[in-house]
Design a protein around this ligand. Structure first.
Ligand SMILES: [Zn+2]
Length: 333
């Protein structure tokens, strides 16, 4: 990720706490002696009593869990705890537990209900917080205008009544225990979420990934290399630029693999570099007292102020490369 989110505390995270209590203290203690409703936490009972579909499903899973062995219950509890340590998993310090390793009740009965915790329950009146409210608070706190994963697309502002979709970084289809864990729910642009990442599992490339809510992490700096500057009839760059990134090499590989970053940055440079450099040439012509280098330095410093708006981080990368090869300005007639 180009940038990570600084996390916020928000009432919406209490649903995950309730889910944890449901799995560990209710379903994993199911027996003919205990009674489902008697084991539910007081906060969850309010929600449980409100929605018939929910109480039916919770009861059904409870019934199925009665036959689980002690060992199977331990496995489920362990998987719940491990699969929600998103930061530890991202750093490759633990492996997530896959559904195939767990008793069938998890995939067949818990998973559909836990997915509905996200799809149906989160925005209902008796559940604390809402996806819109949390999104607005998170974006406002981070002051982000663009998708932190790619930096290419504008995202909904905190004033908008719409939100960007949440990407389940560890997909809920594979890791349903993290379905409403807001350390695993990352607002990203549509292209990053649906077109590029889809349901790919973030550790499948090399076992490491950026934790999307790593507080205070420095943004990645992009460096661009080009061998020549040459345009076709449509003023599109002919050569593919190559990119390098600051940050963690292994995590950068995963970022690139999940979201096709090199390819997408290359497309933007090819699309816009002619227009960006034409503008620079006009600035130089307008104020010939300054050298090209002065103009480039001014633009870099100026763009740096809000480098993640309007693709400025890519403009900066192009200008820095241009600084070493000013003869490229001659391609404009
Ligand atoms: Zn994006």
């Amino acid at each position: 990720m180009l940038r990570t989110y600084n996390p916020i505390s928000h009432p919406i995270s209490s649903l995950h706490t309730m889910l944890k209590e449901l799995v560990i203290n209710v379903w994993c203690k199911a027996s003919n002696i205990n009674n489902c409703i008697a084991l539910l936490s007081p906060n969850f009972i309010i929600i449980y009593n409100q929605y018939g579909w929910l109480s039916d499903e919770v009861d059904n899973v409870y019934e199925s869990c009665k036959t689980l062995s002690k060992r199977e219950r331990k496995k489920i509890i362990k998987a719940f705890i491990i699969n929600n340590q998103i930061e530890v998993l991202c750093n490759g310090l633990l492996l997530p537990v896959e559904l195939a390793k767990l008793p069938g009740v998890v995939e067949n009965e818990m998973k559909p209900l836990l997915e509905n915790f996200y799809k149906r329950l989160l925005d209902l009146g008796f559940v604390p917080g809402s996806k819109l409210g949390y999104y607005n608070d998170l974006i406002k706190f981070n002051n982000y205008n663009t998708c932190p994963v790619c930096g290419l697309a504008n995202i909904e502002t905190p004033d908008s009544k719409y939100i960007e979709d949440y990407d389940h970084f560890f997909p809920k289809a594979h890791y349903p225990f993290a379905a409403v864990n807001f350390k695993n729910l990352v607002p990203t642009c549509d292209k990053c979420n649906k077109k590029h990442k889809g349901s790919n599992k973030p550790l499948d490339y090399n076992g490491k990934a950026y934790f999307p809510f790593e507080a205070g992490r420095l943004p990645i700096e992009v460096t661009l290399k080009l061998n020549k500057i040459e345009y076709d009839g449509d003023e599109k760059l002919v050569e593919n630029p190559s990119f390098s990134y600051t940050g963690d090499t292994e995590k950068n590989k995963t970022w690139n693999w999940l979201y096709n970053i090199d390819e997408r940055y290359s497309a933007e440079i090819k699309r816009f570099s002619y227009s960006w450099l034409r503008r620079l040439k006009q600035e130089v012509a307008f104020n010939p007292d300054k050298t090209i280098e002065d103009h480039i330095d001014f633009n870099i410093a100026n763009f740096k102020c809000d480098e993640f708006d309007e693709l400025k981080f890519l403009k900066i990368a192009l200008l820095k490369e241009l600084k070493t090869k000013q003869e490229w300005m001659a391609v404009y007639h």
